[in-house]
Design a protein around this ligand. Structure first.
Ligand SMILES: Cc1cc2nc3c(=O)[nH]c(=O)nc-3n(C[C@H](O)[C@H](O)[C@H](O)COP(=O)(O)OP(=O)(O)OC[C@H]3O[C@@H](n4cnc5c(N)ncnc54)[C@H](O)[C@@H]3O)c2cc1C
Length: 476
């Protein structure tokens, strides 16, 4: 039965981009409206976008993301819908935690400190990451008045106000700035870390809020117990997830090697131009599931105002080096999932992830897989380094920090230029205005990591919601 009154049967829908966002949009569209003629137009010869897994020398290497969070449920729900949930594995239970580099040495993250919430006062008292003064300043958070102004604020400003400069420099900048490959002086609290803004407002502070969360979690644990861990990954790698979505779509839904160069309104429909094709293609509805800068480019000619707004979401990049070693060539006990590097340590490094510690099946027995992140918004010049220089400087870091000796068994370099959207202060208002402008363009929807979240579950949500808006004829 056709329950839809808004979108005619057999309407033509194009989704531009077959990353996780575009694939999610395609899946939910065809699920609810199998009558639609859906085409996913993908410039490259493969689906998955940033999700890329390769195998080399018996190692399973993630070139892009290596896991997703289950607290935001959309990615997990999609796995369940397509019969893929049994492929998910959880993070290892041993050797969790992270090291921070401090004055050239590795220091363990104080226990009980999750993201922005210190909850173990004893571990704060003992950590070498903060001076006596820095520790007292963190503890003063318990008595720091809450901010009454509700306007957006940067991560740097929020942290200095609540926890002090030292905690910002030595813990929060590397820990959180690293996740977003962002400049914390510009990163919007409201767009990325709203939970902590709410915590300050509702609980009076981060320590109080963190302690309350801890208590709630303990009482939850006494109940039925969570079915999934906080982070999961497919046992065969992230790309097996997007491959599974492709397999759940009707055959030939995705057209590879189709690079869209622009779109135009033509009477009641939208048309797209494709590189190398003289005739335009007509569609009743279009979802643009590309990065902010590509979307802005595609809209530039016919929708200059919208293009200008989307173009205000800048992108940063990072290089990810994957290096495999035999365990005997690594002196360090590797008793953590990774290392993050504060910018003030002045190293050519955002973070080192010890992939083989995080998940099973990432390296053969007796071997170690490292993933090293370089560049980001704070060190963009490192993205220009030639392969040889990049490998040399990374090997020096591995040797210095973890006692890694000898030649790597292999090195893979993934260069992700212009891929990580930067949610600057005012981002939420910017996206509100983009959604407002979209209301006057029938047939067009935008989805992807540029708008309301960069993590994979939020990309799935964005694609799903765009599909629902198309089906229901609603806007935003
Ligand atoms: C190095 C790295 C590590 C990350 N780690 C994690 C992690 O561990 N967990 C997590 O949750 N998130 C992580 N993220 C974020 C997450 O991976 C991304 O936000 C998400 O994959 C974006 O998906 P997308 O579909 O919106 O965009 P993309 O994956 O960029 O897909 C866009 C697609 O559009 C295609 N395209 C571009 N232009 C055109 C055109 N003109 N015509 C047709 N097609 C076009 C591209 O080829 C691409 O396939 C990471 C990101 C990076 C870069």
């Amino acid at each position: 039965m056709d329950t839809n009154h808004k979108l005619a049967r057999n309407s033509r829908v194009a989704i531009i981009g077959a990353g996780i966002t575009g694939l999610s949009a395609a899946y939910y569209l065809q699920k609810q409206r199998p009558d639609l003629r859906i085409s996913v137009l993908e410039a490259s010869p493969r689906a998955g976008g940033i999700l890329q897994t390769i195998c080399q020398n018996g190692f399973l290497i993630e070139r892009g993301p290596d896991m997703f969070i289950t607290r935001e449920p959309e990615a997990l729900e999609l796995c369940e819908e397509i019969g893929f949930a049994d492929q998910l594995i959880k993070t290892n239970t041993t050797n969790r935690g992270a090291y921070l580099i401090h004055r050239g040495k590795l220091e363990k993250m104080p226990s009980g400190w999750t993201m922005m919430t210190p909850t173990n006062l004893w571990s704060i008292a003992r950590t070498r990451l903060l001076s006596k003064r820095g520790k007292l300043r963190v503890l003063r958070e318990l008595f720091t008045r809450r901010r009454t102004d509700t306007s957006d604020e940067s991560l740097a400003s929020f942290t200095r106000r609540r926890l002090g400069q030292e905690a910002f420099d030595n813990i929060i900048q590397p820990l959180i700035g690293g996740i977003y490959t962002a400049d914390p002086e510009k990163l919007s609290m409201n767009a990325t870390l709203k939970t902590f803004v709410d915590m300050e407002r509702d609980e009076g502070g981060l320590i109080r809020g963190g302690l309350k969360q801890l208590k709630n979690r303990k009482s939850d644990a006494g109940g039925s117990g969570a079915r999934y861990s906080m982070f999961v990954t497919p046992k065969d790698g992230m790309q097996s997830f997007t491959d599974a979505i492709v397999n759940a779509l009707p055959a030939n839904t995705i057209q590879y090697g189709v690079k869209v160069t622009g779109l135009q309104p033509v009477e009641d429909v939208l048309s797209v131009t494709v590189e190398g094709e003289s005739a335009v293609r007509h569609y009743d509805k279009i979802i643009l599931a590309t990065s902010s800068q590509i979307t802005a480019q595609l809209l530039k000619k016919e929708f200059p105002e919208l293009s200008n707004s989307v173009g205000q979401i800048p992108l940063a990049g990072a290089s990810v080096l994957s290096m495999g070693y035999t365990r005997k060539n690594v002196d360090h006990p590797l008793d953590a999932f990774g290392i993050v590097s504060p910018i003030k340590e002045n190293r050519p490094l955002i973070a080192i992830s010890i992939s083989s510690q995080k998940f099973a099946g990432r390296a053969p027995d007796g071997h170690v897989l490292f993933r090293i992140f370089i560049g980001g918004a704070l060190q963009p010049e490192l993205l220009e380094l030639a392969d040889e220089k990049l490998i040399q400087s990374t090997r020096e870091q591995l040797k210095d920090l973890l006692g890694v000796n000898g030649e790597p068994l292999f090195t893979d370099i993934a260069r992700w230029t212009n891929t990580m959207p930067q949610y600057h202060v005012g981002h939420v208002e910017l996206v509100d205005s983009i959604e407002e402008q979209l209301k006057s363009i029938p047939g067009l929807e935008l989805a992807g990591n540029a708008y309301r979240g960069v993590g994979i579950p939020l990309c799935v949500r964005s694609g799903k919601q765009a599909a629902e808006r198309i089906i229901n004829g609603t806007k935003c």
